[in-house]
Design a protein around this ligand. Structure first.
Ligand code: ASP
Length: 361
């Protein structure tokens, strides 16, 4: 589905513009020059619905259209001139690589239009951290791109989606958001796409940036950034979005783990394996031997951690150089997989070239 529409027509000055001359006192110049933001809807709980408002867990994600969501937030008309496109209506647990290509290409096409000032993407929370990091590395623009979501369906008591969406549009319309890469705005907090991860199955304060911390806050039309993104992103990366996705999977290290999953992946022809290690990326000896055997077949292996915060450094104790392992630094396994896919697609080969990528991004 790919419908394009201006929304919500009744709430926005521009929608009524033809009835008023450019000098109309009803629509002063300030209103006519509001930033033009496009909202790309992909689904998620923010577009979810349940028959019972008290039900915040047993609902269907990706049901309501973006027009229905925007129509509930008249305050958007004071923040931006909006266009909306329903690119999909997915539960983000079902995100596909093909859709990532579609989404990133659409964002790049929109931001290449001089008339458009920024993009907001509504998304499910489950895989938002992966999509956001993918876009952070492949959007070729310094204009703001902001992902937002909700933990409670649109029909719930105290639904968090409308305020999150208003705040995301406010952020995308702010000059402060330019050049910061892709941003994530939920629960009034602003995160870098590189750092944001989902850390709660139910709380509205579900996203955090472990170790790095938030970039800032957005509240009541005010945006405050308190730090800047340091690692290269968007225009400064070597990655371009394509439709070829190298096959990369994730395995986890745990007590009693066997070789079976790695052997199955090797048989399936994977190009890369990210291992979610214990602690500081340590790997059970059985799994490690299976991964070393995979390496001898030219498969890239990246060590990350299942802990959820901290980093996995390239180190002698783990004999990374001797074994040929790459380390993920502070990327969690899911973000490390995104980077490994992009690096392999860009032609990076071998542990030295891949480690450079992980050290940089
Ligand atoms: N399953 C939903 C999704 O990721 C969860 C959410 O949006 O909060 O689409």
């Amino acid at each position: 589905m790919n419908t394009s529409t201006s929304s919500p027509a009744s709430a926005l000055p521009e929608a009524s513009g033809s009835a008023h001359s450019p000098d109309s006192p009803v629509f002063p110049a300030a209103a006519r020059t509001l930033p033009r933001i496009v909202v790309l809807a992909t689904g998620g709980t923010i577009a979810g619905a349940a028959s019972d408002p008290a039900n915040t867990a047993g609902y269907e994600a990706g049901v309501l259209s973006i027009e229905q969501l925007l129509a509930t937030i008249p305050a958007l008309g004071k923040v931006a001139r909006l266009d909306a496109e329903q690119l999909a209506n997915l539960d983000s647990k079902d995100m596909t690589l093909a859709f990532w290509t579609t989404l990133a290409q659409r964002v790049n096409a929109l931001l290449g239009d001089d008339a458009i000032d920024g993009v907001v993407i509504t998304h499910g929370t489950d895989t938002l951290e992966e999509t956001a990091y993918l876009l952070h590395l492949t959007v070729k623009s310094s204009k703001p791109v902001v992902l937002t979501a909700a933990m409670r369906p649109a029909t719930a008591l105290s639904a968090d989606g409308p305020l999150n969406l208003l705040n995301a549009v406010t952020l995308a319309a702010s000059p402060a958001a330019r050049g910061q890469g892709v941003l994530v705005a939920l629960n009034n907090r602003i995160h870098s796409a590189r750092d944001a991860v989902k850390t709660s199955t139910f709380a509205v304060d579900a996203f955090h940036s472990p170790e790095a911390g938030v970039l800032g806050w957005v509240q009541d039309a005010r945006v405050e950034l308190v730090r800047r993104v340091v690692r290269p992103h968007t225009l400064d990366t070597e990655f371009v979005i394509g439709s070829a996705w190298p096959h990369v999977e994730i395995v986890t290290s745990y007590a009693g783990v066997s070789r079976a999953l790695v052997e199955g992946l090797v048989a399936a022809g994977v190009r890369g394996i990210v291992v979610a290690g214990t602690g500081n990326g340590s790997i059970h000896e059985t799994l490690q031997q299976a991964l070393v055997d995979a390496l001898t077949q030219g498969i890239a292996v990246v060590r990350s951690s299942r802990v959820g915060s901290g980093h996995v450094m390239h180190n002698g104790a783990a004999a990374d150089d001797a074994l040929g392992f790459v380390t993920a630094d502070s990327l969690n396994p899911y973000k490390a997989r995104v980077l490994l896919m992009l690096a392999l697609a860009a032609g990076a080969a071998g542990p030295v070239a891949l480690q450079r990528v992980f050290d940089l991004y």
